[in-house]
Design a protein around this ligand. Structure first.
Ligand SMILES: C[S@@+](CC[C@H](N)C(=O)[O-])C[C@H]1O[C@@H](n2cnc3c(N)ncnc32)[C@H](O)[C@@H]1O
Length: 297
């Protein structure tokens, strides 16, 4: 698949994923407790959002949400109210931006974040690129483009997919190789098989006990539920009872279908920031994603 085909397919994928028909944004707003399982809720985004809100209640603060998805970041920044001096611009390539509710001083543009934002928007005091840089063709180059749009003293915060155990990486690669070429509807139907498998495995009683660390295999000693063990080390098959069947499918669709879904070590992200002259202020990792926050001195 060439680069222009990949970007069209990425846009098409997320137009469905964030479209009104699946209503994921409304689900997340209406079910904040259920949404706590999302990787974005397990990394220190709230600390950054509090800082942005505090600053933006005192002085003009320009925020660029690069690959803003269904507007979840804006929702956090503008809740319970839009800070007085916050100027927010969200960019994404999908075609469902019109479904996002816009408070005052919030703008959305349909644009590719791999190129500098066109128009009179930057430089920015905060740039956020949450769970998206890995979906671009050359994430390292994308980071450089984002960093170049920071004001002096400005903060760039990203999360990127983390590398998994070797068996899980191998299976992901092969299954993604098969799912990526499918149409949206075909891939969404296939995603349901992962949901179904996840649900059946979660229903199994008992535990798997691993008596010692197996570093070559990337497996840690411990006691695991069956689905948890397989999910962590062998195959993503997401299921959560607090999500509807369709929204479980959406999570599996999100993993297997976008054309690019690179995974990284935390050190890769650190190198990008340092090579671009930024100072790292916060790092955090879960098994799913790495978080890196850095500012331009
Ligand atoms: C998993 S979603 C994350 C959305 C949002 N940042 C969040 O955390 O809720 C990934 C987003 O990246 C967007 N995306 C992927 N490649 C892009 C590109 N080259 N330019 C702009 N947006 C892109 C997709 O359309 C999708 O909305």
């Amino acid at each position: 698949m060439d680069a222009s085909d990949a970007i069209l397919r990425t846009a098409e994928h997320y137009s469905k994923q964030w479209g009104a028909e699946l209503g994921f944004g409304s689900f997340v707003k209406a079910n904040p407790e259920a949404a706590r399982v999302m990787p974005s809720r397990q990394l220190p985004w709230d600390l950054l959002f509090d800082r942005i809100r505090t600053t933006a209640n005192l002085q003009v603060t320009r925020v660029y949400d690069a690959a803003c998805g269904f507007g979840d970041v804006l929702n956090s920044l503008s809740n319970p109210d839009m800070p007085r001096f916050l100027h927010y611009v969200g960019a994404d390539i999908h075609g469902s931006l019109n479904t996002i509710v816009r408070p005052p001083r919030a703008t959305f543009v349909q644009a590719d974040i791999c190129a500098p934002l066109v128009g009179d928007h930057g430089p920015f005091d905060f740039i956020i690129c949450r769970a998206a840089i890995h979906h671009t063709r050359d994430p390292r180059a994308t980071y450089r483009v984002l960093a170049a749009q920071l004001a002096t003293g400005g903060t760039l915060a990203i999360t990127a997919y983390a590398k998994k155990a070797p068996m899980r990486e191998a299976v992901d690669e092969e299954l993604r190789r098969r799912v990526v070429p499918l149409t949206n509807d075909e891939a969404f139907a296939v995603a349901n098989q992962f949901t179904s498998l996840g649900r059946d495995l979660q229903a199994l009683p008992g535990t798997i006990v691993i008596s010692k660390d197996l570093p070559f295999l990337g497996i840690k000693a411990g006691s695991y539920k069956v689905q948890e063990f397989l999910y962590k080390y062998f195959l993503k098959c997401w299921y959560n009872v607090a999500f509807s069947e369709e929204h479980c499918d959406l999570v599996n669709f999100d993993w297997y279908h976008p054309p690019y879904a690179f995974r990284f070590d935390a050190g890769n992200l650190r190198e990008w920031a340092e090579d671009d002259g930024l100072c790292i202020t916060r790092e955090a990792s879960t098994e799913a994603q790495h978080y890196l926050e850095a500012f331009r001195p």
